[in-house]
Design a protein around this ligand. Structure first.
Ligand code: GFB
Length: 313
């Protein structure tokens, strides 16, 4: 991407999109195009077509999506499927129609079969059944990968896809019903510390394993791929290391400085037993993350404290 290129970041208010905007600005890109969801409803085909025809961006980062943790995915199954299918179909098709030079689509590690061999290699896509709690989201994200592949093979469009592992960082969702585990634990332990509560409820058994990548590292990897990768196969983005939910909970508890007990609610689902990314292809290209989990948690708790009023309404 040349410095003067026009770059549309879809989803700039979310954790991933806002991190991509920060990363692009830090690298000197100035022509960044953004729209809020009230200015442009990405589920509206005509609105998206008009926007692309008027703006004609050179590059597109497709970071807009309906996202959430295990409970939100399992509850709003229709929205997770419909909204995501519409957003990605509208943007990818309009990008092709308006000769976008290159597009990067962002998926998720939940596209892999629930029982795929670990660590998860890109070749495992569509080799088995998906995890039930997030099947609608995973199906929409798999459709996004296939759209990029199909527009590449039929029309020669330079559309690539990246699959990040579980993410965390500034502008995350701290709503306890909708959030992912890491922001949920930060908020729960913080609230319990402030209110002197003896226990904190944590969901499931604590035995599932998850890998966590800081959003700023993800954004850096996305800009790296936009500048250095143009293959058909999507690319995993992660750290290559994971922890159990119990280990994560102990670490968050320590960072927050809460001294009470954990209470495991096994009525809540565990979800996929393990989702560890094989990141050897990304490492072979020359990119590696820089923020480890402990450091990232400390940064994220500081960010939570600074923005608590915004994050917790
Ligand atoms: O982060 P999370 O919601 O999503 O949950 P997934 C990860 C694990 O943490 C599960 C446990 O085993 C949860 O039961 N957990 C413990 C908690 N306490 C809590 C809590 O207070 N809140 C939450 N949310 N979890 C999502 C998918 O799966 O991951 C999406 O549903 C997407 O589609 C995303 O792929 C990255 O990692 O299980």
């Amino acid at each position: 991407m040349k410095q003067e290129a026009t770059i549309y970041v879809a989803g700039h208010r979310g954790m991933v999109g806002s991190a991509i905007v920060r990363n692009l600005q830090a690298k000197g890109y100035e022509n960044i195009i953004i729209r809020t969801s009230s200015e442009l409803d990405l589920r509206n085909q005509a609105a998206v077509a008009d926007f692309f025809a008027a703006e004609k961006p050179d590059y597109v980062f497709l970071a807009a999506a309906k996202v959430g943790g295990i409970l939100a995915n399992n509850t709003y199954r229709a929205e997770f499927l419909y909204d995501n299918l519409m957003i990605e179909s509208n943007i990818i098709h309009s990008a092709y129609k308006n000769d976008v030079t290159k597009l990067l689509f962002l998926g998720s590690s939940c596209i892999y079969p629930k029982m795929a061999p670990q660590p998860l290699r890109e070749e495992s896509l569509l080799t088995g059944l998906l995890e039930e709690t997030n099947e609608p989201y995973a199906i929409a994200k798999i459709a996004g990968i296939k759209l990029c592949e199909a527009y590449r093979s039929q029309y020669g469009a330079d559309f690539i896809s990246a699959m990040p592992t579980n993410l965390y960082g500034p502008n995350d969702n701290y709503d306890l019903q909708g959030s992912h585990v890491l922001p949920a634990l930060i908020r729960k332990f913080h609230d319990a510390k402030i209110n002197d509560l003896p226990t904190v409820e944590v969901w499931g058994t604590g035995s599932p394993r998850r890998e966590f990548l800081h959003a700023d590292d993800l954004a850096d990897a996305c800009v790296f791929l936009m500048n250095n990768y143009d293959g058909e196969l999507f690319v995993n983005i992660g750290v290559g290391d994971d922890v159990t939910i119990r280990e994560l909970a102990e670490m968050v508890k320590d960072v927050v400085g809460y001294e009470g007990e954990l209470r495991w609610n096994t009525d809540k689902p565990d979800g996929t037993p393990r989702k560890l990314m094989d990141v050897s292809r990304l490492h072979a290209m020359g990119w590696k993350h820089t923020t480890d989990l402990r450091e990232g948690l400390e940064l994220t708790y500081q960010d939570f404290l600074a923005n608590e009023v915004l994050y917790v309404e």
